[in-house]
Ligand binder design. Sequence first.
Ligand code: AHR
Length: 496
Amino acid sequence: MTDTIRPARVWLDARRERGALDRRLFGSFVEHLGRCVYTGIYEPGHPAADKHGFRRDVEELVDELGVTLVRYPGGNFVSGYRWEDGIGPREQRPRRLDLAWRSVETNQVGTDDFLAWAERNRMAPMMAVNLGTRGIQAAADLVEYCNLPAGTHWSDLRRQHGRETPYDVRLWCLGNEMDGRWQVGAKTATDYGRLAAEAGKAMKLVDPTLELVACGSSNHTMPTFGYWESEVLEHAWEVVDHISMHAYYEEVDGDRRSFLASGADMDSFIDGVAATIDAVAARKHSSKRIGIAFDEWNVWYQTRFNEEGLPRITEAGRLLEDDYNALDAVVVGDLLISLLNHADRVRIACQAQLVNVIAPIRTEPGGAAWRQPTFHPLAAVTAAARGVVLDTEVDCSTVATARYGEVPTVTAAATLDPETGRWSVFLTNRSAAPTVVHLEQRGLSLARVPSARTLTADAPSGSDPLFTATDVSPGPGDALSLVLPAESWTVLDLFN
Ligand code: AHR
């Protein structure tokens, strides 16, 4: 099908700020799932392993990806996790059966190993506590282990294990997807809301500086979506600081149009959760601003995974190892535009996951580490986006989709770094036809010729670099003009 598309107009205005860019928006996720940890980030004996057993080749790619924050240890895994299994001498750690992914968990990587790795790689940790099979005491103990300087059972044990100073972990998730029937220890909204309130209270009694994330719905197709957020916040409002969102997108039954419009779905999902937060705030006459932690988002060919049924029990087996293509990368880029455009509400986001499991980075045991196509849009945004997110206005044609109705063909997000004068603009063309964009900007006089690079959905998989240069030329009036190829994602750098 071809689209009839009129030129799009995009307005940028330095005076119209959507919000300061919280760099925690560029987070990732490491779960004890498949080969994310074992033979992913950790593989003693690998030629690239450091003295701690972690792969340096993977760390180099993580650094290039520019991830600022990393969530750990799950995911569904956390709902059956005994964190005490993963501390102390490695040879004494138990091999446990993990019910979430039907895997043998060797516990060779645990809290100390992960937190030291995150610290070495300059990423803030976002820890999750088990509110599935465990509860208040285990959660408070873990905070004590991580954050108290000394003089108590758990803080002294950490020192005994070789870590003198506290890790100072600020950000904590109160469980994971507790509304999901697949979750070990799933709960009703009321039961979970009460538990989150009490666990959070105890955790903040250990360390009042924590920032806590309550579980929102596992996704917006859950039958209790909306009610769940409202009821959980009703109970846990005083103690929590953020509520979580999760969303995964895939091309279903060859419906490429809808897949390319996944960002439109993310937009309305965020708007719905933000409205629910506001409704609870109004009901409570509260001026507290609860944020959104979009702590799992990505492209995931989940239907394929679900059809395969329960995995057989393995140790570090190949689970959820999706191979991505350039179309997936365009969608990931568009999802990043949605997140940036909600920077006033979404303070934290994690692309799930970091290595091997639906990940931008892949590895082979004993072998290479490499970038998947979905690596590139995230790396481009973390490198370019700085300062404040601007309120971008777009006037364009729409494209019809089976799942989401009419959606804009062009999406745009922009950031401005007041320190360097760098404007970065991110653009998606969701249509099957090339689209002319006229970019009009207020408050910008160009000192350098802008540069733009584009990735297109039809780029052959394995092509490197995935980006090609795109011409930017003077357009009508003061505008800059460029042609966005069909089904593409573009990064534009402008300098004041
Ligand atoms: O990221 C994979 C899984 O997706 C996580 O464990 C779970 O939280 C979500 O359903």
